[in-house]
Write a protein that binds this ligand. Sequence first.
Ligand code: ATP
Length: 438
Amino acid sequence: MNDLMDKIVSLAKRRGFVFPGSEIYGGLSNSWDFGPAGTELKKNIKDLWWKMFVRGRDDILGLDSAIIMNPKVWEASGHVSGFSDPLVECKACHNRFRADQIDINSKCQECGQKNWSETKSFNLLVKTYLGSVEDSKSVAYLRGETAQAMFVDLKNILTSNPKKLPFGVAQTGKAFRNEITTGNFLFRLREFEQMEIEYFIPKPKTDKDWQTHFEHWRKEMWKWFDLAGIDSKKIHEHEIPDDERAHYSKRTIDFEFDYPFGQKELYGLAYRADYDLKQHQKFSGQDLSYVDPETGEKFIPHVIEPTWGVDRTFLAILLSAYYEDDKRVVLKLKPRLAPYIVAVFPLVRNKPEITKKAREVFLHLKSQSLSCVWDDRGNIGKRYYAQDEIGTPWCVTVDYDTLSDDTVTVRDRDTAKQERVAIGKLVENIEFRARQAR
Ligand code: ATP
């Protein structure tokens, strides 16, 4: 890994964002656990997304479907037969690689030999067995994407929530892929999270009909970069050429990010026509068409699919927010995403009156639903240093003066400037700062 990635991985562990999974057992290849700060950041990312795309609009409904679905879903979607990567094995060291990611005319990067196997197609669905008997009848799959349930459940969604097209369904949750080569920290995982939308539109009469919606979603994705604090200078739209696109898709754009290990996919946006619903109609035998309440026209809705990976978002946010100079390291997270909006410290640890007062301030802030953290480790300089690395926008210190004048010091993460604020005005002051920083 390169220098910046090393710094991010080490900061993530040190400050409780991300730990190696099952570490006390020697870990598990590319499995990561989100620690206390990481859990807050990840939750804030998903909440912000939900707020922007579901609660903030009147044309998107939420869904939370089962991870294990009827295996026929994955036959209909094409995942059982086609969801695969080309796999090649080095016959000398038995390491396996994705044939499209290495040059098989060169030597193996692990052992330096050149003795490649035939390239095979390797299915990425994670298989499991349900019930007590492990046979072909009990085979099931952990979902390879969250998207399919939004097609499978569309009928029930429309019956319970009559909506006129265009409208979308949104879902966030875990997805699983038996990736051949994982790596680059949170970039390529076998267990990851997605935030996806299936935006259903009427059957287009002209190309312009779907293009208008596609353009809308393209702009929404750019708005999201800004909202989440992802450096838009590092984003590149990659138009997938005709011969690489799925046959049913008329247009796909990958939004790629400049990671330290190269420019690679962050999100995707695709026009999938009516392919998925038609497949599910065929495999389930159910009528999945929509009847326009005004014209009575009956058709299978078409779909635009914007998709976001949560873990890649998390990584892109850390990489965009990372700042260092000769004095300190700062995660310049957007306050709305920072794990904690405020840290509260007693100036010294050995003065019970100061600690008592600081606890009062801390509990008061908490009671106002501000996400805050208590920190009384080491000296004040060390605490500022730690909170800068966690990305906490404001630190509040209770000191000797507080006991007589009921004011505290508020210190700003980015400018390191300090200001004296009356405790009675503290919530208002922090909320004002947070609004200004949007
Ligand atoms: P890639 O080409 O990198 O394998 P993909 O095109 O297969 O990705 P999609 O099927 O479009 O990815 O999945 C939607 C989103 O889910 C991706 O844009 C990405 O953010 C995320 N994602 C996909 N695979 C992984 C993975 N193995 N680990 C982490 N996130 C992933």
